[in-house]
Ligand binder design. Structure first.
Ligand code: PAF
Length: 282
């Protein structure tokens, strides 16, 4: 595994690989890797001739009161894991390399940020879209891999790739969970062991919601109320939102007519946890 910190060197490497007609998989990350990232890397290594993983804690996607400063950066451990997972290139640019002082461009995808995390994290998805557009143009991958835990992020990236005709296939991969059901996330590190045990109840509540929502005569409003009650009962939890949205448009859904997403954000201790579950019509 080779570590490349420079954009110019990354582009040269990709151009050489493409000239040799080798397919490139890209797994963009902010580091602090876990098994969720592992599943994306595994898929990329399986699907492509070469795999690039990037580690870049993107300042543009953190709000002023968010955890940019304390976001964990265990670089040596991450590099060791990526080597074990058999990637070819670790792209690890500095903040100045990605966003020099005169950087002036923002990529913004309309409408898909109107629900879920969008209103609660103003500017977050513009930051994500901007960095991902840049990573895709620098690395020029054949395929790029993203987890479905950040489902809204995945939909926004799919749209930006379509709208800008970027020559890459976006691959969404299933959520990887801890044994108790908690969705794997770098931010789980902020949880104490008792908080982690309590956090498992988020997935249990979503599963119950899915069951209720698929019972025909049951109204979505009462199903959501039941799930909301469950979430609020988790010790120490503050529910930021619980929403039912169309899985394609991310617009609020009032019934399960096509694939629908039940999604929530819950604050527990100093962690903000998101999770979601698909509900398909019967
Ligand atoms: O999902 C993440 O880790 C980040 O949002 C991403 C896609 C690497 C962009 O910074």
């Amino acid at each position: 595994m080779r570590i490349i910190p420079s954009i110019r060197d990354m582009q040269t490497w990709s151009e050489n690989a493409r000239r040799r007609r080798l397919s490139i998989g890209l797994v963009p990350t902010m580091g602090c890797l876990h098994e969720g990232h592992g599943s994306l890397v595994l898929r990329s290594v399986r699907d492509n001739d070469l795999t690039v993983a990037s580690i870049f804690v993107n300042p543009l996607q953190f709000g002023p009161r968010e955890d940019f400063g304390r976001y964990p950066r265990p670089f040596k451990r991450d590099a060791r894991l990526l080597k074990q997972w058999r990637i070819d290139i670790l792209f690890h640019p500095s903040p100045k390399e990605m966003f020099p002082d005169d950087f002036a461009t923002t990529v913004s995808v309309k409408d898909l940020d109107k629900t879920l995390c969008g209103p609660r994290r103003p500017g977050h998805f513009n930051g994500v879209a901007t960095v991902v557009a840049k990573l895709l143009t620098v690395v020029q991958p054949t395929r790029a891999y993203f987890g479905q835990k950040d489902y809204q992020q995945l939909k926004i990236i799919e749209r930006l790739v379509k709208d800008l005709n970027l020559p890459v296939s976006v691959v969404g991969c299933p959520i990887v969970r801890e044994q108790g059901g908690l969705a794997r996330s770098s931010r789980n590190r902020y949880l104490t062991t008792p908080q982690k045990n309590n956090a498992n109840q988020i997935f249990t509540a979503l599963q119950e919601g899915r069951k209720l929502l698929r019972l025909r005569p049951y109204s979505p409003t009462s199903a959501l109320n039941t799930v909301m009650k469950r979430l609020k009962h988790i010790p120490g939890a503050r529910v930021e939102y619980l929403e039912l949205v169309n899985a394609e448009t991310l617009k609020p859904a009032r019934a399960i007519r096509s694939r629908t997403l039940l999604a929530c954000a819950v604050r527990l201790g100093s962690a903000r946890l998101i999770d979601n579950i698909f509900i398909d019509p019967r």
